[in-house]
Design a protein around this ligand. Structure first.
Ligand SMILES: *Cc1c(COP(=O)(O)O)cnc(C)c1O
Length: 365
């Protein structure tokens, strides 16, 4: 099968230059969408084809479309960064391609080859290049890329869909923390879990987010920003937040994150931080993190910093844990020295301000 090239069918832009400039002045996150989207369709007989680049717009779907009923859907998230010379780059996209293939296997969806995934990112970013925010060293603006794939066959039987649609949409993203990095208050849920053994926790699928929303609501009712889920069997081990991985840094220079248990999403940011931390002389470890032991070490001062990480917010300090049993401030209330240094180094690499010594950047435009 020949690789997909996503030829442009219609080059009409949705927004005028003035409309785009007004949005890029304050893009927010996930609220505005760029002019074009990439699309391809898979069917059981012919595999992938029908690739095209089309104006962003609503999809018309039959009410019996399988995804609405049985949630056979996966997605990815990555960013395009403008560099000083005007070029546009993304960060470790082959990791996202491989993760989407792993998610597809778990959700009984077809795998999209890495070269086709990369071609879809390149095509959308080239067409939507005016939407990639200009260089601004005091801001963290980017073009967020959202590839996703869903069961598009119309039928109500429970089986893997014979038709699947893949899209990439793009959305300009502004500063996640407009007032500077703000530590999170994290609610420890002992009621809900986001994923269980043998389930879909390691796949990036919408269903995991649907099951996290009530926990997030419970967190908000307790004045917390985010919810921390524990393992579903014993409710004693740290799993992750609804969409971010968790790290702890100890006073003796260890940096620890929960091991990939099968219910934890293998974050690209998580993997990159393990490497950057080792480069800085911290001792990285992936192991089981017992919640009550972590809270004891937070109280004793053996754990000095904690943070959550993911593509959207990069690294977010955890300032306090809360549960029905009490509250635990972390370190001096968050924004520890290593946390901020790792955050700066990672974003400096992404924006081309620091040497890309691990070869993590891929040029898109
Ligand atoms: C996407 C995601 C993350 C973060 O992954 P990155 O590749 O670092 O963006 C963490 N947890 C969950 C559940 C996710 O869906």
């Amino acid at each position: 099968m020949s690789p997909l090239s996503f030829p442009q069918a219609d080059a009409t832009r949705r927004a005028t230059d003035d409309e785009r400039a007004a949005i890029l002045a304050a893009p927010g996150f996930g609220q505005h969408f760029a002019d074009f989207m990439a699309h391809a369709r898979w069917n059981a007989e012919g595999g992938w084809g029908g690739d095209e680049l089309v104006p962003y717009g609503p999809l018309s779907l039959d009410p019996a479309t399988a995804v609405f009923h049985y949630a056979q859907e996966i997605f990815e998230g990555l960013k395009a960064f403008r560099h000083e010379d005007g070029s546009v780059w993304t960060f470790r996209p082959e990791k996202n391609a491989e993760r989407m293939q792993a998610s597809a296997r778990r959700l009984a969806l077809p795998e999209l080859p890495t070269e086709d995934f990369l071609a879809s990112l390149r095509t959308v970013t080239a067409a939507d290049e005016p939407w990639v925010p200009a260089v601004d060293p005091s801001a963290e603006h980017s073009l967020y890329l959202r590839p996703f794939m869903f069961a598009s066959e119309s039928f109500l039987g429970v089986r893997a869909s014979h038709t699947v649609d893949y899209y990439v949409i793009a959305s300009p993203a502004g500063d996640y923390f407009p007032r500077g990095v703000e530590p999170l208050v994290v609610w420890i849920s002992d009621t809900y879990a986001r994923a269980g053994a043998g389930g879909t926790g390691a796949a990036k699928c919408g269903g995991n987010y649907a099951s996290s929303l009530l926990g997030k609501k419970e967190a908000a009712e307790h004045g917390a920003d985010e919810v921390l889920f524990l393992d579903s069997e014993t409710h004693t081990r740290i799993d992750e937040l609804s969409g971010m991985n968790v790290f702890a840094i100890t006073a003796d220079g260890r940096i620890v994150t929960p091991e990939l248990s099968g219910s934890i999403l293998p974050g690209v940011t998580r993997d990159s931080i393990l490497q950057l931390a080792a480069d800085r002389g911290l001792a990285p470890a992936e192991e089981r993190l017992d919640m009550s032991s972590v809270l004891d070490q937070v109280t004793s001062g053996d754990i000095v910093e904690m943070f959550a990480c993911g593509t959207a917010a990069v690294i977010t300090p955890i300032g306090e844990f809360r549960s029905k049993d009490g509250s635990w401030p972390v370190g001096g209330g968050g924004s520890g020295e290593h946390t901020l240094a790792l955050r700066k180094e990672l974003t400096d690499i992404q924006y081309g301000r620091a040497e890309d010594r691990h070869g993590w950047l891929t040029r898109l435009v």
